[in-house]
Design a protein around this ligand. Sequence first.
Ligand SMILES: CC(C)(COP(=O)(O)OP(=O)(O)OC[C@H]1O[C@@H](n2cnc3c(N)ncnc32)[C@H](O)[C@@H]1OP(=O)(O)O)[C@@H](O)C(=O)NCCC(=O)NCCS
Length: 240
Amino acid sequence: MRIIDAVWEKRNLGVETHEIELDGSEDLQNVRDVLAYDKSRYCVVKSPIGRLDLYEELSTLGFHYAESLFTLRADTLKIADSGSESDTCFRLALDADVDELLQAVESGLFTTDRIALDPVFGPRIAARRYCNWIRDEIARNADLVILLFEGMPVGFTLLREADLGTCKVALCGMYPPYQSRGLSGLIVRAGLERTRAMGQRVLLTPISSNNPASLKAHIKAGCVPDTIQYVFVRHDTWSR
Ligand SMILES: CC(C)(COP(=O)(O)OP(=O)(O)OC[C@H]1O[C@@H](n2cnc3c(N)ncnc32)[C@H](O)[C@@H]1OP(=O)(O)O)[C@@H](O)C(=O)NCCC(=O)NCCS
């Protein structure tokens, strides 16, 4: 069990937040002892699949199911070499690209995450959280790759090195005027090319079950499910 005091969420969400990641080895009493006494205002539990005993306990402790988190995997060895043409398709972001992305997020690019969908938080707080997250990732040397189609920025993928041999996507998307035009495969191709340029082999992308459009687009582009976690949340009511 990993217990994380998510201090950055205090700035994003305005409440003390704990994130607890279970690996499946915990017994019920152990989980009960930790969660029954957790006093955070917003508590997030990421749990492994197949632990129905645990889910019942989480429900008794006041947690609600929020989403399933699929991590999709793509392999750089499986991308076709697109030669020099690819040079014109993607580039690392300039300052103006960062501004354009932040504007798109503020205008409501992301609507399917557990914060936007949560009646206690909602889309405005979710957008603020994403903008902070993007700035933090860039400050931590993540690569913001801009997707170009006919010379125009149409989308982005924000990724960085994770464990040995892998890169992980923090966020990605197509800008609204370019959605639903069959271009989303560019996201995966750009991510894989950047992963390869960084000397890594595997690209991991976490996607919520509340975002079937993204799941479908990534699977169509050759990604396969790697791991699944169930996410449960609890808002405390006793301190309000
Ligand atoms: C998710 C997203 C990247 C998909 O890109 P897109 O340009 O709309 O998708 P495409 O036009 O390339 O379509 C790819 C496939 O997904 C399907 N798809 C697109 N939107 C869909 C939707 N709302 N629901 C279900 N399927 C959808 C398409 O039908 C297509 O499959 P098909 O060829 O079998 O019809 C884009 O909608 C987006 O950026 N959304 C907002 C930000 C976001 O959610 N980012 C992902 C975070 S992980």
